[in-house]
Design a binder for this molecule. Sequence first.
Ligand code: H2B
Length: 98
Amino acid sequence: MPEIQPLSEAHVEQALQSLPGWVWTKDMLYKSFTFSDFVAAFSFMTKVALQAEKRDHHPNWSNVFNRVEIYLTTHDAGNKVTVRDTAMARAIEDVVKL
Ligand code: H2B
């Protein structure tokens, strides 16, 4: 895996302009998703899991009933936000639209 650099603050802020609901917190991108019920939440998670495997980029996340909280950071960059995280956030938004 090649070295991957953290994004500058300006680049993160710019990416967030087109990622509604995502916030930058503690060197992670964060968003909370709420669904109608557990099955809908878990269905979303299975789709995100397939994206994560495809990209070899995996979310830190938790699920409580109908809510899924996702934190994105790049371990290979010392737990900083990189282009892999902004790309994954976009892929997750595409999953929501399915
Ligand atoms: N996921 C995340 N979030 N960050 C990484 O740096 C990362 C990953 N690296 N998934 C991948 C796996 C790496 O550990 C494997 C060996 O390719």
